[in-house]
Structure formats: structure tokens, C-alpha cells
Design a protein around this ligand. Structure first.
Ligand code: FES
Ligand SMILES: [Fe+2]
Length: 407
């Protein structure tokens, strides 16, 4: 298979490479890799999208299916309500769970991983509706899958520390509906706040942004700090995800192991003709963690408690000491586009040479905008990427409250 990679480096630069045997090496070094048109090259694009359309038609009838076929999955919100999208998410999951481990195993073999590795059994379709639609769900419904998951390490949810994530686009992914990955946090363990995400005042550095075409596969290390991006576009973002571990899964919290399959149980994908047209599991089920072991660990945790592995990366509780309030006498030092807190409730920046003040907390979920950055006259929230005009307070999408403009 001839594949092209786009490598997003930690310094924000992008390089191209066609030697996919280097993919794992890049990912282990914290780089983010996009395999261009992976699904088309693997001969799976039509199979998977047809499967999704079959699910739509079985749940909502032929007419809805045809309308979505003709407008594209990105416009699904024009034809289904958020609750219907949620039903679709559950329906699609049923067979994905049976098929994607084989697809994922095949992909990593394509990258030249020949020794045994382990594939997570929980493959998911993530449908992120435009924000005004998405916010109709109850807060925290299927975090990161249907609603926004704030900046987090996957190990907050007991994802193995040696897991590598796959994130495959079933439709176009735009910068404004993709994901944030925070390169400055690579190699650090940032403390957890509420809702399985960092605290609102946590400094994370500037995120890497990216866009993808349908069929592209994004590969990144699960230890990366990352967040769902608030979808400010008028398109639904549809991706499929899965993950593997190189070597046996290594859990931060031992007592809640997830289910992984040995790569030895899967043949090359080409050997499974029409896999999405058949029902049932593809491959040989070889769970790594036996039911007995899971029971023993659960029992043990009752007595010993839930312990965090001592092999976790070091804690870095980044303070905002270098983000102190800007005193009036220091205004002249403020550079164009630089953002500083002026006091507890106000930020200040310089826009086209002029000083502009605005409210400090994001109207979405209250992240500290003093830790955000300026782009085209707008402050970008560091947590889910909503943007607000600093002069008028206007948000960049429907459904968001305005930011307080302070002149
Ligand atoms: S807190 Fe979510 S975009 Fe600001
Ligand atoms: Fe995640």
C-alpha cells in the first residue's frame, strides 16, 4: 500500500514523509501523524460509509438516509435531531466493535509493527454536531464522543500509559471542529480537575490545530494533553476511533482494566472481504486480561484502594506565576497580540496598536482567557477553542453567549 504521511511536529512545523515504517517512531516521540487517505487506500472507505448509511436507514427510514447521502454526513444535523444522532451513535457502535479491531490491527502491521501488539475492543464513532445543536444534549453525555471533552490525558480514564490512538475521518474535518493537542504538555502529567479534564486555570501552552480530508487517519500518543474543539462550523464532524498498545496494556489504575485483543488474532484486512456487510466479530477473540484476573484486581482494590502507578510521568502543577497582573505602568510593554490579566476579572491585549480590555472568563465553561491567544482580532479560548471578538465580545458561532467587552 502506498501511503503518504503528514507529520505535525511539536514545534508546530509540518513535514511530509512516505516511509510509514517511521510512523511509530514519530508517534513515540510525541509527533502527530496524519496518514493521507488511509481508508481509500485500504479499500474501506465505501464499506464503512455504506455501513453507517445502512444504520441510518434501519433507524430512520430510506428517505432520511437518501437525504443524508446526497448532502453528506457533514450535514446530518439538518436531517436528524441530536437525540436521533445519539441513537445512531449507539447503533453504529454495535458492529464497529466487531470490525474495527481487525482494521486497526491491519493498519499497524502496515506501519511495520511485526511483533505482537494489543487492540482495544471499544471502537467508537464520534459525531460532533455544530455547537448550537450539540448543546441540546445534557452536559457530559458521552464525553468526547457526542459532547465536548475538555483538555485531558486519556490516562485520567485509565487508558493504558502505552496506548496509541487512531482518529479516522469519515468526512471532512476542519480546524474549527477538530481537536486541540497541546505540545507543551508532552511528557508531563498535568493534574486533573473536574469532568475528567484539567482545571479551568491550568496553563497548557498553545495548541496544535489541524484539518483532515475524509479517509485520513490521525495517529497520536494517548498521553498527549488533548481536547475536543467546540464546533463553530456548520458541519458535523464524524470520526472513528480506536487504540492499540505496543506491549501489554500498562494501566495507571490497575483495578479497572479495559478489554484488549492480541494482534495475533487478526489476519490482514484484505482477507476479510466485505467485513462490514457481515455481522459478528472478525478475528479470533484473544482478550489479554482474563475475566479471572479482572475479578482478582477488583477484589484487591477493595482492600488496597486504587493506586496510581509509580511509573507515571512526573506531576507538573504549572502555576501562572509568570502570568501576573499587568500593572498600569507596564502597559507600554504590552506587545501586539499579547494577552495578560489586568485583574481578577479582566484581560488586556493590544490590537492594531490600541489597548483593548475584555472579560477574563470564557462564556462557554469558564476557562481563563488570560491563558488564551489572539487570532484575527479574536481571543481564542485555550480549552475548546471558541473565539470571541475582543472589541465587541461577539462569539464565533451560534449558541454561545457573548464575552463581556470592556473597551
Ligand atoms: S471553556 Fe470551552 S471554549 Fe472556552
Ligand atoms: Fe481523549
Amino acid at each position: 500500500m502506498k501511503l503518504e504521511m503528514e507529520v505535525l511536529n511539536l514545534d508546530g512545523s509540518v513535514t511530509k514523509d512516505s516511509d510509514v515504517s517511521r510512523c511509530i517512531e514519530y508517534v513515540q516521540a510525541g509527533k502527530i501523524v496524519i496518514i493521507k487517505k488511509y481508508l481509500q487506500n485500504a479499500g474501506l472507505m465505501n464499506e464503512i460509509t455504506n455501513y453507517v448509511f445502512r444504520c441510518i436507514s434501519s433507524l430512520f427510514g430510506n428517505e432520511a438516509e437518501q437525504k443524508i447521502q446526497s448532502d453528506g454526513l457533514e450535514k446530518i444535523h439538518n436531517h436528524l435531531t441530536p437525540e436521533q444522532v445519539k441513537a445512531l451513535y449507539h447503533e453504529v457502535r454495535k458492529e464497529l466493535k466487531n470490525k474495527m479491531p481487525a482494521v486497526t490491527a491491519s493498519m499497524f502491521r502496515e506501519f511495520g509493527v511485526n511483533e505482537e501488539f494489543f487492540v482495544h475492543d471499544a471502537s467508537i464513532i464520534r459525531l460532533m454536531l455544530p455547537y448550537a445543536e450539540q448543546k441540546k444534549y445534557e452536559h457530559n453525555t458521552e464525553l468526547g464522543k457526542l459532547t465536548l471533552h475538555g483538555p485531558h490525558h486519556d490516562f485520567y480514564q485509565n487508558v493504558p500509559l502505552n496506548a496509541i490512538n487512531t482518529w479516522i475521518a469519515l468526512g471532512k474535518v476542519q480546524k474549527e471542529n477538530s481537536m486541540f493537542i497541546y505540545p507543551d504538555c508532552w511528557g508531563q502529567r498535568i493534574p486533573q480537575g473536574k469532568d475528567e479534564a484539567v482545571r479551568n486555570d491550568q496553563y497548557l501552552g498553545d495548541p496544535i490545530e489541524f484539518a483532515m480530508e475524509e479517509g485520513d487517519a490521525l495517529i497520536f500518543h494517548s498521553n498527549h494533553m488533548h481536547a475536543s474543539r467546540l464546533n463553530s462550523t456548520d458541519e458535523t464532524r464524524v470520526v472513528l476511533t480506536n487504540r492499540i498498545t505496543l506491549g501489554k496494556p500498562f494501566y495507571p489504575y490497575e483495578n479497572k482494566p479495559h478489554k484488549y485483543f492480541s494482534s495475533n488474532g487478526f489476519k490482514p484486512i484484505a482477507d476479510y472481504e466485505g467485513i462490514f456487510s457481515k455481522s459478528g466479530f472478525i478475528g479470533t477473540q484473544q482478550p489479554v486480561v482474563s475475566k479471572l484476573r479482572t475479578k482478582v484486581l477488583k477484589l484487591k482494590s477493595k482492600w488496597v484502594g486504587d493506586t496510581l502507578s509509580s511509573d507515571m510521568p512526573p506531576v507538573d502543577d504549572r502555576s501562572r506565576a509568570d502570568q501576573g497582573f499587568l500593572a498600569e505602568g507596564e502597559f507600554s510593554q504590552l506587545q501586539e497580540g499579547q494577552v495578560r490579566p489586568l485583574n481578577k476579572g479582566t484581560c488586556i491585549t493590544r490590537l492594531n496598536g490600541e489597548l483593548v480590555k475584555f472579560g477574563r472568563y470564557c462564556p462557554h465553561q469558564g476557562a481563563d482567557l488570560a491563558l488564551g491567544y489572539m487570532e484575527d482580532g479574536q481571543i481564542v479560548c485555550p480549552h475548546h477553542g471558541a473565539k470571541f471578538d475582543v472589541k465587541t465580545g461577539e462569539a464565533n458561532c451560534d449558541g454561545l453567549r457573548q464575552l463581556i467587552a470592556k473597551g
